[in-house]
Design a protein around this ligand. Sequence first.
Ligand code: FAD
Length: 300
Amino acid sequence: MDASAGVIAAVNNGLVCDPLLKFGTDDQKKRWLIPLAQGKKLGAYALTEPGSGSDAASMRTTARLEGKEWVLDGTKQFVTNAHDADLVVVYARTGSEKYDISAFLVPTDAPGFSRLKKEDKLGIRASDTMTLGFDRCRIPRDNLLGTKGKGFNIALTTLDGGRIGIAAQALGIAQRALEESLKYSQEREAFGSKIAEFQAIQWKLADMATEIDAARILTYRAAWMMDKGLRHTYQSSAAKLYASEAAHRAVDAALQIHGGYGFIKDYVVEKLYRDQRITELYEGTSEVQRLVIARSVMGK
Ligand SMILES: Cc1cc2nc3c(=O)[nH]c(=O)nc-3n(C[C@H](O)[C@H](O)[C@H](O)COP(=O)(O)OP(=O)(O)OC[C@H]3O[C@@H](n4cnc5c(N)ncnc54)[C@H](O)[C@@H]3O)c2cc1C
């Protein structure tokens, strides 16, 4: 599967359907979860803002109750699927405390909702990424997801699952890089032999294969734990961190094995090289994954 298709599905399923399943009311599930899970509607997840990414709790978007409606004001940035989404899970402040944040189900036809800017990106170009504006955006009171003031927990729980999806995306990119490298190195000749005969190339292939195996096992373990309902914060972060960085090394080695052709758009490794980079950034940068892992191993 293409890396863009992977993230479109990962956001809809992992960052929208999953919190709806865990925290939604029966009515919310009927109205949104069923068509989203059937692929009849598309969902997006809006946590990041122009001034806050890793430190998501310092967001500035607000929501306040006015009669029977919530009124949202603010800007969300880098929202995957935003161009075609029917529903956006939006996180906004509902009080003055740092973590007084709530989650809202915002239909994209709500008054005051607007799509502001589509980003021009290095990779995953078939997946759209947009800035969204909320200007006195009005939604029904019942569109609060979960409990008021507990939205940040929903955001973090959601990312525990979402990160497994990004680990899987990185794994897919790395696997393709290895397959392309195996094929090319057994066809391409230099100095009278296939380049796969050179030990320098074989070592790259061996490292790629070993790291991809390790990434696959970490990813499957995290997914298995999530399926079993076990706490998996550490396992998700470890899988995402390792798989994304292993994919980084794999696409770099694949490009090198392809020589000059690896730099040319006719060969898919050029695209894999660009698509891989985002896996180290979204749903928590590698630095943030290390923070989560360190806290976990230190028992904090
Ligand atoms: C293509 C794309 C799609 C995205 N999709 C979505 C989406 O659908 N929904 C959504 O809400 N967001 C989305 N994002 C946002 C993404 O999750 C953030 O970009 C990411 O979390 C990093 O935040 P930031 O860009 O603000 O970087 P910053 O938080 O400003 O970080 C800048 C640098 O500082 C480092 N840093 C920050 N804090 C620390 C720390 N405590 N210790 C060490 N280093 C630190 C970071 O690791 C990074 O290297 C998307 C981003 C992109 C590019």
